[in-house]
Design a binder for this molecule. Structure first.
Ligand code: FES
Ligand code: FES
Length: 167
């Protein structure tokens, strides 16, 4: 099958490669580029473990061909950072609130939550549950995940308020 040259910016680095048009973005990231944080948890587009940010929006990377993402900016969970290069508030909150056990769903959960907090900085519990319904967790019962997202929303709002005062 013919290959196409594509260029993706993944976690700030531009990567050029040849891909066949049949290759899904999640497989290209994992097998082609060695970026293994997006996980494959199903073959039906349901679990959300493969979620990445494409140009800032959370997308299940098993639902997109790599060639369709040509020219995009992609962020995976290991591309998020907090202040001074430390953990992002969402990463910290999942750790502190015990929002993960095996961690398989966590990259997708965090990136979907990131998408939510960009649009809705102060979400209710119902809004968090509704936004994360495309992400399946087989370990935690979801309660701690919801608490982690709420906690991250509070941390981000305090951080933004402190930055406003410092200006
Ligand atoms: S692997 Fe993409 S939704 Fe499950
Ligand atoms: S922490 Fe194990 S699947 Fe969610």
């Amino acid at each position: 099958m013919n290959s196409h040259e594509i260029s993706l910016t993944v976690n700030g680095k531009t990567r050029r490669s040849e891909v066949e048009p049949r290759v899904l973005l999640v497989h290209h990231l994992r097998d082609g580029l060695g970026v293994t944080s997006p996980h494959v948890g199903c073959d039906t587009g349901q679990c959300g473990a493969c979620t990445v940010l494409i140009d800032g929006r959370a997308v299940k990377s098993c639902t997109v061909f790599a060639v369709q993402a040509d020219g995009s900016e992609i962020v995976t969970v290991d591309g998020l950072t907090g202040e001074n290069g430390g953990l992002h508030p969402l990463q910290k909150s999942f750790k502190e609130k015990h929002g993960l056990q095996c961690g398989y769903c966590t990259p997708g959960m965090i990136l979907s939550a990131h998408d939510l907090l960009e649009k809705t900085p102060d979400p209710s519990e119902e809004e968090i549950r509704s936004h994360l319904k495309g992400n399946f967790c087989r370990c935690t019962g979801y309660q701690n995940i919801v608490e982690a997202v709420r906690h991250a929303a509070e941390e981000l709002s305090e951080r933004d308020a402190a930055m406003e005062v410092a200006r």
